[in-house]
Design a protein around this ligand. Sequence first.
Ligand code: ADP
Length: 331
Amino acid sequence: ALDKEQMQGLRGIREFLKVRTSYDVLPLSFRLVVLDNDLLIRKSLNILLQNGIVSAPLWDSRSSTFAGLLTSTDYINVIQYYCQFPDEIDQVDQFRLSSLRGSGAKAVHLDIERAIGVLPLETVSVHPMRPLYEACRRMLKTRARRIPLVDVDDETGREMVVSVITQYRILKFIAVNNEKHTILLKKGLREIGLGTYTKLATASMSNSVLDVIHLMVKHNISAVPIVNAENKVLNVFEAVDVIPCIKGGAYDELSSSVGDALSKRAEDFPGIYICSEDDRLDAVFETIRKSRVHRLIVVDDDNRLRGIISLSDILKYVLLYGEEDDDIRGG
Ligand code: ADP
């Protein structure tokens, strides 16, 4: 009976995502900070920090086109570049946002992605009036945590970035508008195997920020739990925590400890959310409904680390669990 209810809940949510559009997720009024691709990377950091945001769409004013999404991954790429070419720090200071990506014909400038040998981030976007389900599927497929909504202006035929939606916004939208389905999700987290429980990447307070960044890059993850010698969870270092660390081009500060860096967090830091393996998925949705959750850290009764549940883990389960068509599971 639990199985049946769970599937009924999941199907309800999937139906909901198919009849709503990405546009529906947007609040009635919102602010969108778009950055010019010619801006110095150093300056972009301040703008993000001043506006309390961690990402922004980029605009190429020469071609009047959307030029991708700036995220903490881009700053991590710059840091890796700095680590590989430490003598070029003066040059790093002069980098513009347009140097982040190789952009086909205009690739006369330096391309940081290529220089450090990472795969270019695909610039995926969705049309705001397409079903929300489509945006979710595309995010899972490309592993993007956020996706720009791009429309084309009828008169000029030009692209316009309407907004950006995140996995967090989508899960919040589900949690707030779909309680009648989320309350059916009564299975325990352990039972449904939600999240990652083996080979967890962790660090200690005395590790350097750079150590943690290297861990995130190596494992392709956006957060590293900070634990003590008994594996008790003290904090979590997130990819977005990198932004205040390199403010003002202070790359040498990356060798300072994680503990120091975390003490610089903004006042409105939403906090860390923990749960137990015995909790149920309906409780997770309840937490998402009430709070700004970006991941859940699974701990035992003694606060020892057991696992980590990312928003992508939740979204993947909600969209794909029990789907018969196997080939849609890739990515
Ligand atoms: P998201 O894509 O939602 O930002 P992450 O990049 O942090 O989430 O997580 C990607 C995958 O890696 C998820 O399946 C998650 O469970 C797992 N994961 C996240 N953090 C860690 C970690 N510190 N150690 C091992 N696995 C992790």
